[in-house]
Write a protein that binds this ligand. Structure first.
Ligand code: IMP
Length: 430
């Protein structure tokens, strides 16, 4: 088996991927973001200090790791520069070891304006996007009119293309959405300011990765959002606009499937979701309050309160299939420490016919109710535990049951936000 690792979320995002990417990066040469944009929020805690990354690969906090933002990502150059500066303020210097794909589409102010205007117009039917312009930027890519990072290399061409596209969007923004128009000259001026700061990072990243593979360097592919937010396989239309599943790694980087050795599905010990859309195991009671508070379930990008619920085994089995997962990493186990009992959804029941469904179908989430299995809580502190044998028996049984439901092993357990609060159940490749 080759050494490369895909790390992605099995739920609706916010599973704690950033921490695990950071943790596994110490033994890797490259970390690659392959889709999404600055809608993601990856929270890392190193020596008690919190760093939130939106666009820059999480592994870059290790000084020897090379970071790549590949063609599948939509990049706001302004946010990118802000994040580089934030890292510099925190004494992480990454300029020489961050490369961005020349083919990655740009997110520009008109995408953000369109995202917000559309959500406003949708009213109660809004998707609940992060308002970062993600959907409109991917639309431009698919419609073959996007400006891409590589366009920053030719100012004259950039200016011509920008004027055309801003005109296209101003028509919609002003006439249809009754919003203010956008000035292409201002965008151009701002782009010319940031261009020089990232110019040397612009590369053919697929070629860099193929060379890394040839040199037998380990690559981590870092997913954002989660399986159920995937544009094809998620709870459409309440999804993001990119491929957050394993398939996205292939198209989003230019690396073939035989180079993906191990696919790790990050799964929170319960479930959360931000934005609208179906959520079969959602809770509305005091357990919701408990999980929000104890799990600090507020969005790291938008600050919104996350909806919370029990672990959904039906959705988890779906994520195992869609992503060809090799193993799971269970995060935030310690958040469940104070609960009397813990539930896992093992199937769905049709509320009209009582028919039981064991398989997840995005077309069948409206008239179903979860069927739960109840497990005793452990009522003991697990935060910071570093060896599986030190976990209380009930917590070990909970993990064992997740393995049975998912039919794959749990290789890592996270028991707190810090890098060091991690149980490596199995020695991975180190
Ligand atoms: P968009 O990606 O901003 O277009 O938002 C589409 C949906 O995906 C909304 O429900 C967002 O809340 C959700 N979403 C986008 N990024 C994340 C994330 O990083 N974590 C969790 N949910 C996200």
């Amino acid at each position: 088996m080759n050494k490369n690792i895909v790390i992605l979320g099995t739920q609706w995002g916010d599973e704690g991927k950033g921490k695990i990417v950071d943790f596994l990066s110490s033994n890797s040469a490259y970390v690659v973001r392959y889709h999404g944009g600055h809608n993601a929020g990856h929270t890392l805690v190193v020596n008690g200090k919190k760093i939130i990354l939106h666009l820059i690969p999480s592994g870059l906090l290790y000084p020897n790791v090379i970071g790549i933002i590949s063609n599948g990502v939509v990049i706001s150059p302004f946010e990118l520069v802000k994040e580089i500066e934030m890292l510099e303020k925190n004494n992480y210097f990454i300029n020489e070891r961050l490369f961005i794909s020349e083919s990655a589409p740009l997110i520009l102010p008109y995408h953000i304006a369109m995202d917000l205007a559309r959500e406003k117009k949708l009213g109660i039917n809004a998707i609940g996007t992060t308002g970062r312009g993600i959907g409109p930027a991917y639309e431009d890519k698919i419609a073959r009119r996007a400006l891409r990072i590589g366009d920053l290399k030719n100012t004259k061409e950039l200016s011509i293309k920008l004027e055309v596209i801003v005109d296209y969007y101003n028509n919609q923004l002003v006439s249809f959405y009754k919003q203010k128009s956008i000035s292409y000259k201002e965008i151009l001026k701002d782009l010319l300011k940031v261009k020089d700061l990232i110019f040397n990072m612009i590369k053919d990243t697929s070629t860099i990765l193929h060379k890394a593979i040839k040199d037998k360097k380990r690559i981590i592919f870092e997913g954002a959002q989660g399986t159920l937010l995937d544009i094809d396989h998620g709870t459409y239309p309440y999804v993001t606009s990119s491929s957050s599943t394993t398939g996205g790694v292939i198209t989003g980087t230019g690396i073939g499937p035989k180079h993906l050795g191990y696919v790790l599905g990050i799964t929170k010990a319960y479930t959360t979701r931000v934005g609208k859309g179906p959520f079969p195991t959602e809770l509305f009671d005091e357990i919701d309050n408990y999980l929000s508070k104890k799990g600090k379930e507020f969005g790291s990008t938008t600050g919104r309160k996350r909806r919370t619920g029990w672990l959904d085994g039906v959705a988890l089995r779906y994520a195992v299939k869609i992503n060809s997962l090799s193993a799971l990493c269970i995060t935030k186990l310690d958040v469940l420490d104070d609960l009397e009992e813990i539930k896992i959804c093992i199937s769905y029941k049709d509320i009209n016919t009582s028919k039981i469904y064991k398989d997840f179908s995005v077309f069948n989430l409206e008239n179903i109710t979860p069927v739960y299995e109840v497990h005793p809580g452990w009522k003991e502190k697990t935060s910071g535990i570093k060896r599986i044998e030190d976990l209380p028996e009930a917590a070990r049984n909970y993990i064992k049951r997740i393995e049975e439901i998912a039919q794959i092993p749990v290789d890592i357990i996270s028991t707190g936000p810090d890098r060091s609060d991690t149980i490596l159940v199995k020695t991975l490749f180190f």
